[in-house]
Design a protein around this ligand. Structure first.
Ligand code: FEO
Length: 386
């Protein structure tokens, strides 16, 4: 595939990872891209690069525009290896280029690669002149690592936002108006829920800064470039970063002999009765990263496990670990489950949810198979707390 000109003299030259399905535990069912951008001016500049195994693809695309040896500046907005993995290969072709990153980025790069090259740290407020264009740097720590920054070009009203506003989508389309918008927003939501969610406060800070800039194009480092739906994606980021939720309840569970599942249905009925949107999610059939996408807009997260070997089901343990790490804030929780004799599971689920910051409803714990009367009393118990 060719390099794609996104503005006169500015090209997308990234890599497309069509077959990627697992991004450290995140199911990327649409693959991904690692976007790299080439600016042709008096100073030739490359913004970010690609995973190491796509270095050839990147170098071929750059070579369609210029000899890679002519690159003057390599801006490393983020050091994570999906955006820096090809740096050693690029530097072999332009050994006199200067690499620029935030102070944390400069330190981090030295711990990833032999940086036998010119390297400069840049911070918020710093500006470099390329010729007819300038690049302005804004540090955005923890969106997604401490080193992150974004790079703004005021002459083009264009921001290179790195992980922010990204989506894991492999496609031949490059722009938001060329791709189905609902799928694009869904993937942006999934990306936020699985990558950015713990850093809401930092996102708000970054949005405050970015909000003062005149922007016509957002060039993220994953997925499609935003040029027609900038208002929508910014509005979504504002909502997500403030942990705004809908009247929506998730009932997430695993089950051995369908008793915990019966409780799950009873809980779902209670929420439905109170006009909540509900999702009944059996962990045997849903990927944890897809469940996190649902968590983003949910007010109630109910998690159920039967007791298995004095503990909880491994599927539930895996999801709870993932959920705890992503630390959604301002949500309510409920632990539930059936047991045979020892009955530890519901307490274990409740404790992990409390440690994760959930405000918990009274737990639902029943021995063996729930009776019709018990099912009715569960519905009443939940209803009484909504
Ligand atoms: Fe896409 Fe934090 O790297």
């Amino acid at each position: 595939m060719k390099a794609v000109e996104i503005k006169e003299g500015i090209y997308w030259v990234g890599g497309i990872d069509w077959s990627l399905r697992n991004f450290h535990g995140y199911l990327t069912q649409r693959g991904s891209t690692y976007n790299s951008y080439l600016i042709i001016d008096d100073k030739i500049t490359l913004i970010d690069n690609v995973k190491s195994y796509l270095a050839d693809e990147l170098i071929k695309r750059i070579s369609q525009i210029i000899d890679p040896g002519k690159i003057d500046y390599i801006i490393q907005n983020h050091i994570e290896m999906d955006h820096s993995g090809s740096l050693p290969e690029i530097l072999k072709r332009c050994p006199n280029a200067t690499v620029m990153a935030s102070p944390q980025g400069v330190q981090g790069l030295a711990k990833h690669y032999p940086m036998n090259c010119s390297i400069e740290s840049v911070k918020s407020g710093d500006v470099i002149k390329l010729g007819k264009r300038t690049l302005h740097f804004v540090q955005t720590p923890m969106v997604h690592w401490p080193d992150n920054m974004v790079t703004y070009c005021p002459e083009e009203k264009l921001i290179f936002s790195n992980d922010a506003f990204g989506q894991h989508i492999a496609s031949s389309e490059r722009f938001d108006d060329e791709y189905p918008l609902s799928q694009l927003l869904h993937e942006a939501e999934k990306y936020y829920a699985n990558i950015v969610l713990p850093f809401g406060k930092q996102v708000q800070k970054a949005l405050d800064t970015v909000g003062t800039l005149d922007i016509e194009t957002i060039c993220p480092s994953h997925g499609l470039i935003w040029r027609s739906h900038i208002k929508e994606i910014i509005q979504h980021y504002v909502k997500w970063s403030h942990n705004e939720v809908d009247n929506k309840a998730l009932i997430i569970y695993d089950t051995m002999w369908k008793s915990t599942e019966k409780i799950a249905y009873a809980i779902q009925s209670a929420f439905e009765h109170h006009n909540y949107k509900t999702r009944l999610i059996n962990l045997q059939h849903h990927h944890i990263s897809d469940i996190m996408t649902e968590v983003l807009a949910a007010k109630y997260i109910c998690i159920g496990s039967p007791t298995l070997n004095n503990n909880i089901m491994p599927t539930v343990a895996g999801f709870l670990t993932y959920l705890k790490g992503l630390a959604p804030k301002g949500r309510k929780g409920l632990a539930f489950g059936s047991y045979g004799w020892s009955g530890q599971s519901v307490g274990i689920v409740e404790n992990i949810m409390k440690e994760s910051g959930f405000d918990m409803l009274e737990m639902v714990k029943l021995q063996y198979i729930p009776t019709e009367e018990q099912i009715e009393s569960i519905t009443a118990q939940i209803s009484g707390q909504l």
